[in-house]
Design a protein. Structure first.
Length: 223
């Protein structure tokens, strides 16, 4: 992967460079948004790691100025942790948002996740009418309003959507969401499904109970 690293802090650039090289990635380091925009217009990159607060041109201005044909999968790396800043980034089309201070290992894991999604042509955002699920941001919106769910509820919904139309057993959900070493029973899944349905309001109808098996996510009730 050829990665463009855009951050005005030299130490952060060097840390990212070290970890990228260890994974076999090729990083290009830039210290401001204006230069990054010029680089993106001249070269093709597989991914960009982007700071927000920078001299000459901030990260969000860079994203706004970047032509559609030059769009690149982007991870924002910023000290700004307010919900507004994150939502603004996702509205501008970023793929992930990581706040400083950060774990370089977590950053690498997120880079790999995005690369895997792009390689398999998986969408980052799922939409069904007024329901919107952003997989990398872990955000659910209904009618453009954020729906608060627990991490486990989000993982369940994500797994069901990515396997939509397929009946998923309670055992599969336990293994996927809680892990193979979890010793709980099926009622744990049922309880979380109930809470998830309550949080989804009218969209609860898309999570169907499959008698004797488990659950499945359907886009049409006839499925």
């Amino acid at each position: 992967m050829h990665i463009l690293v855009v951050d005005d802090e030299e130490m952060i650039r060097e840390v990212i460079k070290e970890y990228c090289l260890a994974e076999g990635f090729l990083p290009t380091l830039v210290d401001n948004g204006k230069t990054a925009l010029e680089m993106l217009q001249r070269h093709n990159y597989d991914l960009m790691i982007l700071d927000i607060m920078m001299p000459n041109m901030d990260g969000y201005t860079l994203l706004k100025e970047l032509p559609k044909e030059n769009k690149v999968p982007t991870i924002v790396l910023s000290a700004r942790s307010e919900e507004y800043d994150k939502l603004q980034g996702f509205d501008l089309g970023i793929d992930d948002y990581l706040t400083k201070p950060f774990s370089p290992k977590e950053l690498i894991a997120r880079i790999k996740a995005i690369n895997n999604r792009v390689a398999n042509n998986l969408p980052n955002i799922y939409k069904l009418e007024e329901l919107e699920v952003n997989f990398s941001a872990h955000i659910i919106k209904i009618c453009n309003r954020i729906v608060n769910v627990t991490p486990k509820e989000f993982e369940i919904l994500t797994y069901l959507i990515k396997n939509k139309g397929i009946a998923i057993s309670r055992e599969q959900l336990l293994a996927k969401v809680w892990g193979y070493d979890y010793f709980g029973d099926d009622r744990t899944v049922d309880t979380h499904i109930k809470m998830l349905r309550n949080n989804l309001g009218s969209y609860r109808k898309h999570i169907i109970t499959v008698r004797g098996v488990g659950y499945k996510f359907v886009e049409n009730e006839e499925e």
